[in-house]
Every structure is written in C-alpha cells, then in structure tokens.
Design a protein around this ligand. Structure first.
Ligand SMILES: [Zn+2]
Length: 254
C-alpha cells in the first residue's frame, strides 16, 4: 500500500512538473531576442498590452522601444506611465488608451524633419491630402515648422522595412513616424507607406491581424485595406478603411 501511495505521489509530481513546463514555454517564445527571462518591467508591459487586446507573442523589446507586430512602436516609459495612471485611478470611468481624443484629431501638427528626402516629402504631402479628403471624418493633419505633435524622420530601417510609427497615448496621436532611408519604392508605394503609418499614430491596427478589436461595421478581412501589414501600392483608402476611420473619428459637417 505504501509503495502504491509513493508511486501515486511520484506520478502527481511528474504531471505537475510537465504542466509547469508547458506553462513556461509561451513566456520564453514571447521575446525574439536571446534573453530567456523577462524583466519585471517587461512583464508589466506585456500584461498592459494584453489588457489592450494585443497578442503578447507579437511583442518584442528593443532598448526603450516596445514593438508590436513589426512596425507599431511604443515607448516603454509611456506604457509604464499608463500603468501608473491606471493604478492611481479609483473611478470607474474608462477610456480607450489607443485612440486620439476627437478634439485633438482635428488638429494634428506634423513636422517633417530635415532628414526626410524629397521623394518622401512628396509622398507625405499626398498622404496628408488623402486624409484631408476623407469625407465625414475629423482627422486632419497639417505641416508645421515647430511645436509639432508628430515628427516624421527618415532613417535606415533595413532593406525590407519601409516605415514604422508610434501609437496614440493619453488622447494624443503617436509622436513619431519613421520612413526608410534608401527605400527602393516608387511614389505610389511611398504614399501607401505614409498613409499606413499615419493610420497607426491615430490608432489604426493592422486589418489582417485578428488579435485586434474589430471596428464596428467593418468585415473580418479586406484585401484592399491600406492598413494590412504587407507593403502595397496606393490606390486610395478601401471602402471599409473609410468606414472604419469615420466610425472612430466622425465629423458630420465635413
Ligand atoms: Zn503597420
């Protein structure tokens, strides 16, 4: 009898050990770098991202940046500040952390940094116009020389990467858009890239990423969306892109 109990105990311990190992595996695969352990700060950030409905397995860490799905950048200090604000709040009011307040979205000041070459400047100009032309949508970008909300900078991003952008925080748009230096893109592809990245700064996620909250009144997928994760050619916003942007930022007078 004692032997049986002993064997049963061994079996239970082995099983629980296996379960513990299985639980550990996803945590290790959450980071693509060589670190096998997450810092406390990284764990808090992953938890915050998950609370926003984002998939922790698509989060990577790179210095001060928290990167989601390859090209959506968040500064870690901003995410940690949000955690602080959340912890201090005793009220039940809730807000969408990753959208821009309607009063701010009407007036987004864009500064084009001196690093940006003429090919990108021309694409930025067309992309900003595309947003201005959106019917019944309050998003409005305009170019300023100083005191910007958003700075567009050109820098080397590798051969296969053309842009990335920060998402909105505390009701304000993401603060930075980066476009690729030496990008081998034609004008139409550059416009596509800038329209896509400007979408991120006002809170648009990738259309083809099922982990994000589906915007009401849009379908499960849209191959013509400029907000799909793959690089494309600019042919205007898709029908459903327009619906989604209007839904998030409506302006009945425009
Ligand atoms: Zn993107």
């Amino acid at each position: 009898m004692r032997v049986c109990l002993f064997l049963a105990l061994i079996a239970i311990l082995t099983a629980s050990d296996l379960i513990a190992q299985q639980r550990l595996e996803p945590e290790v695969s959450q980071i693509e770098n060589d670190d096998l352990y997450l810092t406390e700060e990284q764990e808090i950030i992953l938890q915050l991202m998950e609370e926003r409905g984002l998939d922790p397995e698509k989060v990577t860490f790179e210095g001060v940046d928290v990167i989601y799905d390859g090209d959506m950048y968040f500064h870690k200090s901003v995410l940690l500040l949000e955690k602080e604000l959340k912890d201090c709040s005793h009220s039940k009011q809730r807000r969408y952390a990753n959208l821009v307040l309607n009063e701010n979205v009407k007036d987004i000041r864009i500064q084009i940094d001196s690093t940006v070459s003429s090919a990108w400047v021309s694409a930025i100009s067309d992309a900003l116009q595309a947003y201005r032309d959106l019917p019944s949508c309050s998003i409005n970008f305009y170019v300023v020389e100083n005191s910007p909300d958003v700075v567009i900078t050109e820098k080397w991003l590798g051969w296969m990467r053309y842009g990335y952008a920060y998402g909105p925080v505390n009701g304000m748009p993401g603060t930075n858009v980066f476009v690729g230096k030496y990008a081998r893109l034609n004008h139409s592809e550059r416009v596509f890239t800038v329209v896509h990245e400007l979408g991120h700064i006002v809170g648009m996620a990738h259309t083809d990423d099922a982990n994000h909250t589906l915007i009401r009144s849009t379908p499960e997928s849209d191959e013509n969306s400029v907000f799909n994760s793959a690089q494309g050619t600019w042919n205007g916003f898709s029908y459903w892109d327009v619906n989604a942007l209007r839904w998030l930022y409506p302006d009945v007078e425009k």
